[in-house]
Design a protein around this ligand. Sequence first.
Ligand SMILES: [Zn+2]
Ligand SMILES: [Zn+2]
Length: 385
Amino acid sequence: MSRGSDPTPRMADQGVKFTTARRRAGWAAAATIVAALAAVRWGAGTSQDAAPAGTLDISREPVPSRSPTFVQRLDVSVFQRGNLHAHSARSDGDSPAQLVFAWYRDNGYQFLALTDHNNYLDVTRPPASQVRDLLVIPGEEVTMAAAGQPVHVNALCTKRRIGGGTFRTAQAAVAWATSEILAQGGVALVNHPNFHWALEADDIASAEGAQLVEIFSGHPHVRSDGDAAHTSAEEKWERALSSGQSIAAVAVDDMHSLTGANKHVPQVAPGTGWVEVFAEEASQEAICAALGAGRLYASSGPRLTRLAVTSDTMTLWVDPPDMMVEFIDRWGALLEATPTTAEAEMSGAAHRASYRLRGPEQYVRARVTAPDGSRAWTQAYRVTR
Ligand SMILES: [Zn+2]
Ligand SMILES: [Zn+2]
């Protein structure tokens, strides 16, 4: 799988630009960012009293009123791994559904949504009802065309088939699919915005009420990273967030091929992108509720062992330990980039990174980059005063 350039968000409030670490450069380039950012961090050179990241005690006293605080508090260390986008021979995948279920079960996943094109998976019937030790989520990939381009929205946790259609505009397509999914009490996932460059950032807003959007896909044709003329899927998500839309980012593999042997099937392998859902158990009720509320993080490699958001501090604990963590605000403004640091704990050494609110943030999200260039993304946690 090849990836192009990474997003180049603008430092909206400082009026300067920076370039994020490119995937293959990984750690070295990311470390350079730390030095470059020393001069542009929030509060640098002022009298603000923020402690260095990575040294904060998250159990500190609540901050006084009128100070910035996170709207949502959480402390999660139990995650359920799942993939929200995969195909079998029921549509254009190369393997029977039974083998697809077995692959995810045997490779550390707790749940899977098998999303064949316009082909609803009823989990009360075989083969899904016969699966053991893997939760199978009902749904389909609502597969539409708009102005000659493919527009796809995954229906998750739905009750019956929706099917596709042909629309005049991409906005009309995503709006229709989303409303059909929500009418069934389901979860709408706006797929691969950059596939055939079908969706612009503003089109995501047309998916009113959609809970999820893909910002990473293992499918090489969907160009998640954009190119010289097109923004990345992550930047499109960031624009939607910055405009006030509440929508959570996911990573998927869009698996089509377990065998790699059929030249008529896209050679898209499993296991390249997934989500880690904040849930104590992998029941359909718990997973669908968490998906609908965006309680998850996305990953193409790094694992968080714990994620905590207190009144004024976000902290991530990671595994493996050597990660670069960027804390990012609205419009992609980089608040801080820091390597994870070791802390001594009763149970042994853990590696973490923290960001404490300094004042002007609208939201804070974290992007974790591993030495091999793989990444994990938290959701954006909004700030109030
Ligand atoms: Zn698709
Ligand atoms: Zn697909």
